[in-house]
Design a protein around this ligand. Sequence first.
Ligand SMILES: [Zn+2]
Length: 583
Amino acid sequence: MKVVAVPAPGRRARASLSSVVLILGFGSVLGSGCGDPGVEPPPPLTPCEEAVACTRNTQEVASGTFEYSVSRYDYTFDLTTRQASSRVLLNVFQPGGDCFSIPGPAGITNPTWNGSPARVSQANGMLGVCGTPQFAGQVNFESNYTVPEATYFYSQVGFSRRPDFVGNTFSYLLGWVESCDLFGPCDDLTNRLANYTFTVNHPAGQTVLCPGARTSGTTQTRCELLGTQAPTYSSFAVASNPRWVSTRLVDSTAAQLDFYEIPEGRLVDALDANAVGHFLQWITQQLGPLPYGRELRVASAPTEWLGIEHPANIILREDLPLLRQDYANMTMHTLMHEVVHQWAGNRTTLESPMDYPWKEALAEYFTYLYEEQNRNWEAPQTLAYWDKQARTASYYLRPQDNPAPDYVSFINDVYGTGPMILFLQLEPLIGRDKVIAGIRTFLSIQGTRSIDDLRFALEAASGANLERYFQTWLVGSGEPDWPFFAVTHAKANGQLTLTVMQQTLSNVVYPCAVEIELRGDLASQKQLVTVDFTLNPQSATVTKSISAPSWTVRQVLVDPGNKLVNRKATGLVREPKSAGWVL
Ligand SMILES: [Zn+2]
């Protein structure tokens, strides 16, 4: 658990190898898959891996800390006692060693290394684990831990029990960015994808949700994420409410969506099942089949965030229809946003914690695209909300502040700037079709992606050089110095000449195109003009001449559609920051 912005190394390594010794004579009793007696076997190694693990252990093996990647977590959790048992499968990188280091809590018990007792120390949030030397292959690290009933970061992250709005107890084990080690040993770096199984023991008849393919018994529910890999931030999740009942909202080729809600719940009634089904068809046409299978579970719960995107398993806040309607339809917007995260955040995930903006920006942008094309009465309100959040943002999307911004404050700050700067503002500059093509490339391969990767994908799709755009709009420290647009107009010889000047405190000139609306005396007297500063502006001032309208221009509005981040007042006058939602 760190939740700090640090460049992630390519693979987990906390110490370098200290020495090399010869280990002889252990032969085939060392590695998992090599015949450990009395231990439930982990998934079989491939023949190649097995050969390496079993034969090279008899040769040179380094003592010291080895590097590894975690391929799978098997996590068992008792909902009543909070007792967890964890099995972590590590792929050992050659030349191996006899120790590894992994984030984990103090207080784990019964640690074993391929079935034999392991030596474990804990300091500064890291477990040092030592056992039988291993050249390559796998280490199967098992341990037990009692998860505290506690939450962190002024959020619901952790394990909590709280009443829903009619008093039923909602239990939630909620991981997050760099937080899976709250629940046991876990490599919590963002750029890790793994497979998982969750086995939850619970009181008889209680409904329990967890990510992936789910099978439920009377006192045990099991979920498997054994196909498409998933990141730790969203995968560690167990949610339960004893009075949830299931409603099948959608059953189509795109998805089978079951909604879990208490009988008094508000969300199923607030959703139009046909609209949800139509959206699921649309988004799977845009991004491909749901990455974690056709089954999608959505539940209503007393959460602080509006929604959370566990793989194949979405949790929505129970009072969405009652909240201030910053989005025209809070319930539908949030549901769509979390569905987009199945691709953007889950299947394709963050290279580093500071890449958080792209996943929120993509979830918002695709939700907006759907609204604009299918629910166009809702889209303008989404843009107005983004614009308000962006104008009053506290940080750039790639903040250079020293010290770095508080991470929670930073990620709460990106819901307007992200979709506007990364996507919406690029539409008039490179074309919406190119923006979408770039996104599809960016999301096409399972793995980890950075904001730079997004720029490269957009550049490849458009042929444009976006370096100056990204540098100007995304990089900076302190409160963003967004432009104010001063507009004057003059009429002569049947032409109306608009002069548009960008004003900033630092005199930086932003690559952009800005819409100007001219208005006359009558409501019908309106004309929209786009003034293009281009991706490589040479001046803070651009003039544009058009055929003068037949009516007299009385008023000029800058960015009437809320499509460009800009100040509404010049100089140091600042609009008050508005409270925003996290979803
Ligand atoms: Zn989100």
